[in-house]
Design a protein around this ligand. Structure first.
Ligand SMILES: NC(=O)C1=CN([C@@H]2O[C@H](COP(=O)(O)OP(=O)(O)OC[C@H]3O[C@@H](n4cnc5c(N)ncnc54)[C@H](O)[C@@H]3O)[C@@H](O)[C@H]2O)C=CC1
Ligand SMILES: O=C(CO)COP(=O)(O)O
Length: 332
């Protein structure tokens, strides 16, 4: 049994804490919001993000990072992409021993137009506190995981043996975790599917039809692979749970925040107004900008990612997506 520390008391960190506590591991969550920490310790709930769902009573939460890192074997990064760099600096300050780091944030490195794994490895490098790096990706809406509904994912690391060991730690009768070693593919798929989901939500909001939505998801998958292949991503990854699975889920589920933002963009007929009115974590907005810049850097022609950038960043009317996205598509 492992000592596991989860950074972030958000929706995803909490549902993973529940899985790992169900599996008998010792789980400590670190949060910066005292009410969330108290809610977890006293009521075994996370009312802010997950309503009335009751969690495993063995989960402990704290606002004291030093205490949270006392005996950590495995550290799970459960904060949004924008918070990663600053949170890692804090972790390094208080880390006591070498840890396996597992990232769950679905994003990319905006500054270097690179992979999050490279950014995280770089941030930890000097401290020598990172024993191994891995990431957990796949279709896993937090509220469903929290309710112990069946969920299948990929545990990805450069080293397949490491991925196999870590997959066992997470796996149980409702959480099915498969080892995989294409980190670049998993990360690109995880980050970019969120932008596709916003686009799919826009089409849904405009009642463009199921044909259009299925076609948009297909364009998204092809363009995700096109961008991913610049990083050496493997085509198989775009068929596994981290690729196809998460793309289908996020681009069709009304429980997805990215999809929901897309619906709101159609409703307000403006991305700017929709974003001002929707304050939940939506990673696909940042990914859209990075995808756009990656396409420029590598001279790639995309339809969906180009249109999404214009809608999200240049206040182009969202109807442009329906009008333009299916023109001149490049398939793999
Ligand atoms: N919610 C979901 O269904 C899933 C989310 N993810 C990914 O997990 C990541 C986190 O998402 P959610 O948990 O949904 O976000 P959330 O919005 O529910 O929670 C974010 C949490 O991070 C905390 N936080 C922010 N900055 C922090 C800092 N500097 N130090 C400590 N805590 C900090 C906030 O207080 C909050 O508790 C995102 O990249 C998301 O794409 C992945 C799979 C599923
Ligand atoms: O990544 C997710 C499910 O796998 C969560 O999607 P949203 O961030 O769109 O809610």
């Amino acid at each position: 049994m492992k000592n596991i520390t989860i950074i972030g008391t958000g929706a995803y960190g909490t549902c993973l804490a529940n899985v790992l506590a169900d599996n008998g591991h010792s789980v400590v969550m670190y949060g910066i919001v005292e009410t969330q920490v108290n809610d977890l310790n006293i009521n075994h709930k996370n009312s802010t993000f997950l309503g009335d769902i009751k969690f495993n009573q063995n989960i402990k939460a704290t606002t004291d990072l030093s205490a949270a890192l006392e005996k950590t074997d495995i550290l799970i990064l459960g904060v949004p992409t924008v918070a990663l760099k600053s949170v890692i600096k804090d972790i390094i300050k208080y880390a006591k021993n070498e840890m396996i780091i597992i990232n769950t944030a679905k994003g990319l490195d905006e500054e270097n137009l690179g992979l999050l794994s490279d950014l995280i490895k770089r941030e930890f490098a000097e401290s020598k506190m990172m024993k191994e790096y891995a990431a957990l990706y796949g279709p896993s809406i937090a509220s469903e995981v929290a309710q112990r509904k069946p969920t299948a994912l990929m545990l990805c690391s450069d080293k397949l043996e490491v991925a196999k060991d870590l997959a066992k730690i997470f796996s149980n009768e409702y959480f099915y975790v498969y080892p995989w070693n294409d980190l670049a593919g998993c990360e690109i798929a995880a980050a970019l599917k969120n932008t596709v989901a916003i686009g799919s939500g826009i089409l849904f909001g405009f009642e463009a039809g199921d044909n259009a939505q299925a076609s948009l998801i297909t364009v998204g998958a092809n363009e995700m692979f096109l961008i991913g292949s610049q990083f050496g991503a493997r085509l198989e990854t775009f068929f596994n749970f981290a690729g196809l699975g998460d793309l289908i889920l996020t681009a069709s589920s009304q429980k997805s925040r990215n999809f929901t933002l897309g619906r709101k963009i159609a409703k307000y007929n403006s991305a700017k107004i929709a974003m001002e009115n929707y304050k939940l974590t939506v990673e696909g907005v940042g990914s859209a900008k990075i995808a756009f810049n990656l396409c420029k850097k590598y001279n790639l022609k995309t339809s969906l990612f180009e249109n999404m950038f214009q809608i999200l960043y240049n206040d182009t009317k969202p109807i442009a997506l329906i009008n333009n996205v299916f023109n001149d598509v490049k398939l793999v």
